[in-house]
Design a protein around this ligand. Structure first.
Ligand code: PEP
Ligand code: MN
Length: 379
C-alpha cells in the first residue's frame, strides 16, 4: 500500500520536474527575446534593480515548505543561468565570430593576399632609421619568392622616454619612398588618434601594437577607416580580450583585420615573452580573421626563430613577422633580436620558402645566461 503511494508520489515529482523544466526553458526563451530588444537599443542585459524587484515579489508571496532564503537561492540560480544564456548569445552574435569575414582572395594589401592560403612574410627593421638602411632591407626582400610586406616603425612605443622614439613623419616618408622604389606593400604602427590620418596617408596597413590593444578610441578610429589593420595581442591580454579589441574595429565597419600573436609576459626569463602557440588554432577556431605570429617580439632572440616559425606555421599561422636589419648590432631599437639578411634567408630556407643558394647559416642555439639576459630587454 505505502509502496504504491510512494511510486505515485514519485511519478508526480517526475511530472512536476518536467513542468518545471518546460517553464524554465520557456523563461529562457523570453529572456533571450528581451535581451535582443535591449541589445537593439544599446542597453545592458543585466538589470540589478529588476532582479531585486523580482526576488522581493517572490519572497513576499512565498508560501509552502521553502522559506524566503531558499526561494531566493533557487531563483538566483535561474537568474544566473539566464545571464549566462545571454552571454553565449552575445558572444555568438559578435562580428568577429562570423565565418565569412575574409573574402576568398584574402585581405589584400596591394598584390599581397593575407588569409588566402599562402603564408605571408612581414619583414623589416624594428624602426625606420635611414633611407640607406631601408633601401638595403627592401632590396633584400623584394626578390624573395614569397608574398611579403615591408614592416618598420616610424612612431615607436618605447619603454623609456629617453630611448629612440622613431623618426615620426620623416620615417613615414622614408618608408613610403622605399616601398615605392621596390614595389613593396607596407605596415607601420600608429600610436594614437592624433597621428592616425598622417600614418594612414603613408602606409598600406596600420599596425596597432601590443601596448595599444586596449586603446578603444584608437580601435574605433581605425575601424572608421577602410585600411587593413594588423592588431597585435597585448602582452597580458586573453584571447577573448584580443577578439573584443578586433570587434571594436569591426563594429565600425572595417573588416580588414589580421590578428597577431606576439608573445605574452610570463615568469619565464629565457625569452623576451612567451610565445603562445595555442593562441593560433584557438583564434582560428573562434574567428575567420587571419592570424599571424611575430617571432621577433615573442622570442627576443634569434637562435630559436626557425623551430618556432615551423611551429607557428604547423599550428595554422597565415603569416610570420620577423625583424630584419642590415646590421642588427647597430640598430637603434631591438638590435639583439633582429636578423641580418643572411640569417633571414637561412630561416626562409629552413621553411622551404627560399632556395638554398642565398641562405647564410642558421644562428646557433645559444643556451647561455647572456642570451637569456639579452632576451629580457623590454623594448
Ligand atoms: C613592433 O612590431 O614594432 C612592436 C613594437 O611590437 P609589439 O607592439 O608587439 O611590442
Ligand atoms: Mn621591435
Amino acid at each position: 500500500m505505502s509502496e504504491n503511494r510512494l511510486s505515485m508520489l514519485r511519478q508526480e515529482v517526475d511530472r512536476l520536474n518536467e513542468r518545471i523544466l518546460g517553464l524554465v526553458q520557456g523563461r529562457g526563451e523570453l529572456v533571450l527575446e528581451i535581451a535582443k530588444i535591449k541589445q537593439a537599443h544599446g542597453l545592458d542585459g543585466y538589470d540589478p534593480q529588476r532582479e531585486l524587484e523580482m526576488l522581493q515579489r517572490l519572497t513576499a508571496t512565498a508560501s509552502g515548505p521553502f522559506g524566503p532564503e531558499e526561494v531566493k537561492e533557487i531563483f538566483r540560480t535561474i537568474f544566473r543561468a539566464s545571464l549566462d544564456l545571454q552571454d553565449v548569445q552575445r558572444r555568438r552574435a559578435l562580428h568577429v565570430r562570423r565565418r565569412d569575414l575574409v573574402p576568398p582572395g584574402g585581405i589584400r594589401i596591394g598584390e599581397v593576399a593575407i588569409g588566402a592560403g599562402k603564408p605571408v612574410l612581414f619583414a623589416g627593421p624594428c624602426s625606420v632609421e635611414t633611407p640607406e638602411q631601408m633601401d638595403a632591407i627592401a632590396a633584400y626582400l623584394a626578390p624573395l619568392p614569397v608574398p611579403k610586406i615591408l614592416r618598420a616603425g616610424a612612431f615607436k612605443p618605447r619603454t623609456s622616454p629617453y630611448t629612440f622614439q622613431g623618426l615620426r613623419e620623416e620615417g613615414l616618408k622614408i618608408l613610403r619612398r622605399t616601398a615605392e622604389r621596390h614595389s613593396l606593400a607596407t605596415v607601420t604602427e600608429v600610436l594614437d588618434t592624433s597621428t592616425l590620418d598622417l600614418v594612414a596617408d603613408y602606409t598600406d596597413m596600420l599596425q596597432i601594437g601590443a601596448r595599444n590593444m586596449y586603446n578603444t578610441e584608437l580601435l574605433k578610429a581605425v575601424g572608421r577607416l577602410r585600411k587593413p589593420v594588423l592588431l597585435k595581442r597585448g602582452f597580458m591580454a586573453t584571447l577573448e580580450e584580443l577578439l573584443l579589441s578586433a570587434e571594436y574595429i569591426l563594429s565600425q565597419g572595417n573588416e580588414q583585420v589580421v590578428l597577431c600573436e606576439r608573445g605574452m609576459r610570463t615568469f619565464e626569463t629565457s625569452t623576451r615573452n612567451t610565445l603562445d602557440i595555442s593562441a593560433v588554432p584557438l583564434l582560428r577556431h573562434e574567428t575567420s580573421l587571419p592570424v599571424i605570429v611575430d617571432l621577433s617580439h615573442a622570442l627576443g632572440r634569434r637562435d630559436i626563430i626557425a623551430p618556432c616559425a615551423r611551429a607557428a606555421l604547423a599550428s595554422g599561422a597565415e603569416g610570420l613577422m620577423v625583424e630584419v636589419h642590415p646590421c642588427p648590432d647597430q640598430a637603434l631599437s631591438d638590435g639583439f633580436q633582429q636578423l641580418d639578411p643572411s640569417a633571414c634567408s637561412a630561416l626562409l630556407q629552413s621553411l622551404g620558402w627560399e632556395p638554398p643558394e642565398r641562405a647564410g647559416a642558421i644562428p646557433d642555439l645559444v643556451v647561455s645566461s647572456d642570451a637569456f639576459a639579452e632576451a629580457q630587454h623590454h623594448d
